[in-house]
Write a protein of this length. Structure first.
Lengths: 360, 147
């Protein structure tokens, strides 16, 4: 047995834009235990439920996370809509799906860039973010904001995407598709990428199930868990099947997210092809929410879960958000055991951590 | 496994135009509909205060008597909910982001003197009508008591 020592990882670390602190107990160069601590940027968003009415809370929910903001807003709205028992117009459902998939694309491209940066491939990093910029331009064109969409409302959506903008989305996605194929071949075949990712940080299906991991992180270990199959928004009408890999290593996580980019392009194309030409975008909401609901949506990082409880007043009694990163932290700590110290930064990245989200 | 997989793209990038702009020498172009900041057509405003009530970040205030509409642009999150809820549709979300400033100053818009004078006249007329109605009521009451 070698000498044991504790090395602090974070809260300020080059691979992390956000603060999480992990105490790494290392034996020589091997990690034997990882003890996480969060709570550096707790904002108390949930307690705002008592200070803002349920309509204003859409904008609060959206600001839970800067990357998956659309899905946060959508998850909250769907939860309140279920309490009211209203059905959102079909076009609004399709619009939500298109925006959600665009948001997934920009999040996955951000992650792929960060991963490339994490293993020291600067060129690839810039290329990923260059493509991501085009998706952000689409967000701005269609919703008015590059990251915060502010198009959701309880009962529908506030904005329509007119025909010419839908065509612009399709045109841009065609170009993005070609550009993605170039970086896909690099991520999948390049020797330096494979040597940094293959066989690193393996988690088995049993471990993932036991530790309750979610999202692409769990799907990379063969767990077929994707909340889009539950059938919110327009997903039931689109041909969708979760992408799953059985390898369970960092390469598989990269594979899942890369393939999901192409899946998102396919879903957006299909949604634009099927979108109904109705004018109604929202249903009127009368009164205040009275009741409670759990809503589960699939964010780019995995399952996010909204609990909303109203008591017939404009202010909700309780809003609770569980974000995917929070669910993935136990599995991350398990994965860090027996890892090389040099791989820790990369392994933390592979869960796609979003700490601001986690701390709400 | 392959080596130099990225080399063709990297070489291509060498001869491509830069993706970034030489801002601010080259101005930023925003698409129509970008949520940059809130503008008001103040003379159409009826000072109902709906925007103040719905604002999630409490960035707005309205004074009905003085005819002013005040926004703190540093509190405003440009969500556009005020523009959606405005009954007169006199609030607009326009492109162009808030520039940095020293401190967090409020920005106040005041209605033009003509509009203010017209509103004042309307208020006086309504008050006079109410006073006349009240006087008539009292006179009727007295007359009833006299009988």
């Amino acid at each position: 047995m070698g000498n044991r020592s504790v090395i602090p990882f974070g809260p300020q670390h080059p691979v992390l834009p956000e603060p999480i602190h992990i105490d790494l107990v290392v034996e020589d160069e091997k990690v034997v235990e990882a003890v996480p601590s969060i709570g550096f940027i707790h904002r108390g968003l949930e307690s705002l439920a008592g200070k803002r009415d349920f309509n204003q809370l859409v904008y609060v929910a959206e600001r839970t996370c800067g990357i998956c903001s659309f899905q946060h807003g959508m998850g909250y709205c769907e939860a309140v809509e279920h309490i009211f028992g209203v059905e959102v117009p079909k076009r609004a459902k399709y619009l939500r799906t298109i925006w959600a998939e665009l948001a997934r694309m920009h999040s996955h491209l951000l992650w792929l860039g960060l991963l490339a940066d994490g293993f020291g491939y600067e060129n690839l990093f810039y290329q990923c973010w260059r493509i991501r910029e085009r998706i952000l331009d689409l967000h701005e064109l269609t919703a008015g904001g590059r990251l915060i969409f502010s198009v959701n409302k309880v009962g529908g959506v506030l904005k329509d995407i007119p025909e010419d903008k839908l065509k612009e989305i399709l045109r841009t996605l065609d170009e993005v598709d070609d550009e993605l194929r170039v970086i896909r071949s690099v991520f999948f075949e390049d020797r330096s990428v494979i040597s940094r990712l293959k066989g690193v940080g393996v988690l088995t299906k049993e471990q993932v199930n036991e530790l309750g991991a979610v999202g692409p992180f769990a799907r990379a270990s063969g767990v077929r868990v994707d909340m889009r199959t539950l059938g919110y928004a327009a997903y039931p009408e689109l041909s969708f099947a979760p992408i799953v890999s059985n390898d369970g290593d960092s390469y598989a996580r990269c594979f899942i997210r890369m393939m999901e980019l192409f899946q998102s392009i396919k879903l957006i194309r299909e949604a634009i092809g099927k979108i109904p030409a109705e004018k109604e975008l929202e249903v009127p909401i009368k009164g205040n929410p009275d009741g409670e609901y759990f809503m589960r949506v699939e964010q780019p990082r995995g399952e996010a879960f909204y609990y909303v409880k109203g008591s017939g007043k404009p202010f909700l009694e309780r809003m609770r958000i569980r974000t995917p990163t929070f669910a993935n932290i136990p599995a991350l700590c398990e994965m860090l055991k027996n890892a090389d110290l040099a791989d820790v930064g990369l392994l933390v990245l592979t869960i796609d951590p979003c700490i601001s989200c986690t701390e709400r | 496994m392959a080596i130099m997989k990225y080399a063709p793209q990297a070489l291509k990038n060498l001869f491509l135009k830069p993706v970034t702009k030489n801002y601010p020498a080259e101005p930023a172009v925003y698409p129509q509909g970008t949520r940059g900041h809130i503008d008001i057509s103040i003379d159409d405003c009826i000072s109902c205060g709906m925007c103040v009530r719905v604002c999630p970040s409490n960035a707005l205030s309205v004074d009905k008597i003085k005819g002013t509409w005040t926004i703190n642009r540093f509190d405003c999150i440009a969500c556009g909910y005020c523009a959606v809820k405005c009954p007169k549709k006199c609030l607009f979300v326009n492109p162009g982001y808030q520039e940095p400033k020293d401190g967090k100053p409020d920005e106040t818009y005041t209605k033009s003197p003509e509009v203010l004078a017209a509103e004042e006249a309307k208020r006086k007329e309504a008050a006079a009508k109410a006073a006349a109605a009240k006087a008539a009521m009292e006179a009727k009451k007295k007359a009833d008591e006299g009988q």
